[in-house]
Structures are given as structure tokens and as C-alpha cells.
Design a protein around this ligand. Structure first.
Ligand code: ADP
Length: 402
């Protein structure tokens, strides 16, 4: 079988295209970057060779194909490039938001898979078209090169019906596929494997609560390597309090706002883009750093936003501890989970109630991968940095090696 060494990872969003080129044999990042504001006059490209400094320049990128072409030119550029020819790329891994119930694991893309992906657009109307567009652009620019789709939902496909079905008549699931799917699966998967490795155990022997806390946040209860429940739902709006998303609320809030005269799009925008830390914190920011610094200064609204964030997080971790029948580890990852000692510190007292005894000193000083609980803590608390791009590259290699 042909060796799969060089893998390009693509994350194609509505107006951006992120890329990372790996040598997966050595797990080395060769180059990475993004083209942002695709379609606008001021499209911008960020490029970084290995761990070197970022280079930025304004570019002409009217669409995703043009953006991908610029990326390929940079990768083979005699001065800043990292490969001599595009022929050196062995496969491309794509981040795809939604695999519905069709895709329970990463999949080699062919015409049938493309047709199925298009059928899943209603489940991810904002993300799926650019995700599919990214694959199509690669088919054009790298003809004949294998594309592998890696789904944000796939790792959560092990949830039992009791966890992932809503208590509404079955016909709505049958007709529209309405159920909980969960997201950030690639991150929860990566962190599950990395936690097992860190602890010197097998995922099959561990009960873990993985907390991916970033601008978007989700928690997963992972029992013996399989997801038992997760906080995001049909869409990434559900669950904990996020940067701009409300997380859980009584669904009747939506009917009330509609009856008060707001349009569906306005309510969608309110709950997805103007709520969470941004909506409550009152400091015109969805960034946890701003929320914490203002809370420390005594700004009441920022304190409330932080308290809500903590409350909802403890609520779910406690619930998952019970659902799992105890836990071996609680794991922090994502921008906040990895970097914000102050945000994690708000959890210490209540986590102690389930036997997760975080050491304030370790929490304040260590950086992941590390243990931040006391040696005699019943439940180990860990910081494990996530790497979704690397996981996509590994999955791509695994699919190609089958
Ligand atoms: P995304 O969900 O967009 O991938 P990230 O996982 O990168 O987000 O997380 C972004 C968030 O991480 C920022 O909004 C910020 O609140 C938080 N963050 C990053 N670095 C720090 C830090 N040093 N201290 C506190 N919060 C941080």
C-alpha cells in the first residue's frame, strides 16, 4: 500500500478557509494558516511555516477555490513553501460539521458520499454548504487526490436513544431528523485518547467528563471510550453558557419572543450571536478574559455572567458524574479550559463535592498536559490541550490505511 505521509487539513467556513499541512508520519505541522473574508474586497491571508512567525497579506479571493489556490501556491512557493510540488500531498482531511446518522465515523468521499452530504444541509444550513464547497474546491485543484470527511458529530453517535432523543412524538424525528447530535466530537475524541495516554490507561477502562470550553463550549460524558451524553443538541446552541450563545433555555422563550413580534431570524441571531457572556456580561465582549477582569473590578453584570457560566458547568458535570456512575477524570480543554486558571478556579468548591479536589496552586500555575487535582483526589482533574486539526489528519490517515 502507498504510504500516507503528507496530509492537508481543510476547515472551510462561510467566509474563511483554514488549512494545516502535516507530515503525519512524524506528527509535524509543516505549515498552517487561513484565508479570511473570502468574497470581500479586503480578503486576507495568514501563513505560517512550521512554528515560524505569521505572515499576513491582503489577497484577491473571490471564492473558496481562489482561496485554496492561494494556499497551494504558498505551500509550493520556493521561498516560504514547505513542499516542492502538490504531488507530495497524499490525502486531504476535511472538517465537516454534520454527519447526521449516516456517518458514524470518518469517511472517504466519493460521489455517493457527496450526495449524502448535500442531503444533510438542512441540519447545518450555515456550515454544510461551505464544508461541501471546500471538498469541491479540492476535487478541482487536486484532481484524483483522496478527500476524507471528518465529522464534528461522529464521536457522539454512540449516545443511547434515552440521551439523544427529545421527548416529543417520534414522527418529528422520522420526518426531520430532530434529535440531539452533539458537536466538537473531534475534540472530545482527541481529548479522550490523549487523557487515556496521559494516564497510561486504555479509553475502554476509563469514565471521563471532557469539558471543551472555548467560545463555543460543550461537555461530554465518555464511558469506556464511548459518548453517553453531551451538552450540545440538534445544533450547537444547546448546553452550557458560551461566548455568544445562550445555551439551554426553556423552548417557550422562543415562542414568547416570536409572539412579541420578533422574526425567526432575529431570535436565531439573538440566541446564537448576542447572548451568553456577550449578552449578559455587559462589557461588550464574549472573551472570558474581559469578563473576568471586569468581574474582578466589581462590574456586577460581568460577575453575573461568570456565575451563570460556572453554575451551568457545575450542573452538567454533576449530572454526568451521576449518569456515568462516577468518573475517573474531569478534563479541561479549549481556549478557556486550557488557558483560564481564573475560570477554572470558580469551579473548585463545587467540584470538591463529587470528589474532584483541584489544587488551587497547581490550577494557577501549571499548563497542560498536566494534573491539577491533589494526589489523593478521587477524581483526577486534568488540562489536556486539544488539537482538532491533528485529529483530522490522524483520522484521514486511518481511513486511507483501511
Ligand atoms: P473557539 O470555540 O472559537 O475555537 P477557542 O477554543 O479558541 O474558541 O477559545 C476562545 C476563548 O478562549 C476566547 O474567547 C477567550 O475567552 C478564551 N481564552 C483564550 N486565552 C485565554 C486566557 N489566557 N485566559 C482566559 N481566557 C482565554
Amino acid at each position: 500500500m502507498e504510504k500516507i505521509d503528507i496530509i492537508l487539513v481543510i476547515n472551510s467556513g462561510s467566509s474563511s478557509l483554514k488549512f494545516t499541512l502535516y507530515n503525519i508520519e512524524t506528527e509535524t505541522k509543516l505549515a498552517s494558516g487561513l484565508v479570511e473574508r473570502i468574497g470581500a474586497d479586503n480578503a486576507n491571508m495568514v501563513y505560517r511555516k512550521g512554528d515560524g512567525a505569521k505572515e499576513e497579506q491582503l489577497v484577491a479571493a473571490p471564492d473558496h477555490s481562489a482561496a485554496l489556490r492561494l494556499v497551494t501556491e504558498a505551500l509550493v512557493d520556493p521561498a516560504k513553501g514547505v513542499i516542492k510540488s502538490l504531488d507530495e500531498v497524499d490525502a486531504i482531511g476535511h472538517r465537516v460539521l454534520h454527519g447526521g446518522e449516516i456517518f458514524k465515523s470518518s469517511t472517504l468521499v466519493d460521489a455517493d458520499v457527496m450526495a449524502q452530504l448535500k442531503k444533510l444541509v438542512p441540519l447545518g444550513p450555515l456550515h454544510m454548504p461551505p464544508n461541501i464547497g471546500g471538498i469541491e474546491a479540492c476535487e478541482k485543484i487536486f484532481p484524483g487526490l483522496p478527500n476524507v470527511a471528518v465529522f464534528d458529530t461522529a464521536f457522539h453517535q454512540t449516545m443511547p436513544k434515552s440521551a439523544c432523543h427529545y421527548a416529543i412524538p417520534e414522527e418529528y424525528y422520522q420526518k426531520y431528523g430532530i434529535r440531539k447530535y452533539g458537536f466538537h466530537g473531534t475534540s472530545h475524541h482527541f481529548v479522550t485518547l490523549a487523557t487515556a495516554e496521559y494516564l497510561g490507561k486504555k479509553p475502554e477502562d476509563l469514565k471521563i467528563i471532557t469539558c471543551h470550553l472555548g467560545n463555543g463550549s460543550s461537555i461530554a460524558a465518555v464511558k469506556y471510550g464511548k459518548v453517553l451524553d453531551t451538552t450540545m443538541g440538534l445544533t450547537p446552541l444547546a448546553g452550557v453558557v458560551m461566548g455568544t450563545r445562550s445555551g439551554d433555555l426553556d423552548p417557550a422563550v422562543v415562542f414568547t419572543l416570536l409572539r412579541e413580534g420578533m422574526s425567526v431570524d432575529e431570535v436565531d441571531n439573538l440566541l446564537n450571536k448576542k447572548s451568553g457572556l456577550l449578552g449578559v456580561g455587559g462589557v461588550n465582549s464574549n472573551d472570558m478574559r474581559d469578563i473576568i477582569s471586569n468581574a474582578e473590578k466589581g462590574v456586577e453584570s460581568a460577575k453575573l455572567a461568570l456565575d451563570m457560566w460556572t453554575h451551568r458547568l457545575v450542573f452538567y458535570v454533576g449530572a454526568y458524574y451521576a449518569l456515568l456512575g462516577g468518573a475517573d477524570a474531569i478534563v479541561f480543554t479549549g481556549g478557556i479550559g486550557e488557558n483560564s486558571a481564573a475560570a477554572r478556579a470558580t469551579l473548585i468548591e463545587q467540584f470538591a463535592a463529587i470528589g474532584c479536589d483541584i489544587d488551587p496552586e497547581l490550577n494557577a500555575t501549571l499548563r497542560g498536559p498536566c494534573t491539577i487535582s491533589k494526589p489523593d483526589s478521587k477524581v483526577t482533574a486534568l488540562i489536556i490541550p486539544t488539537d482538532e486539526e491533528l485529529m483530522i489528519a490522524k483520522e484521514t490517515k486511518a481511513v486511507m490505511s483501511k
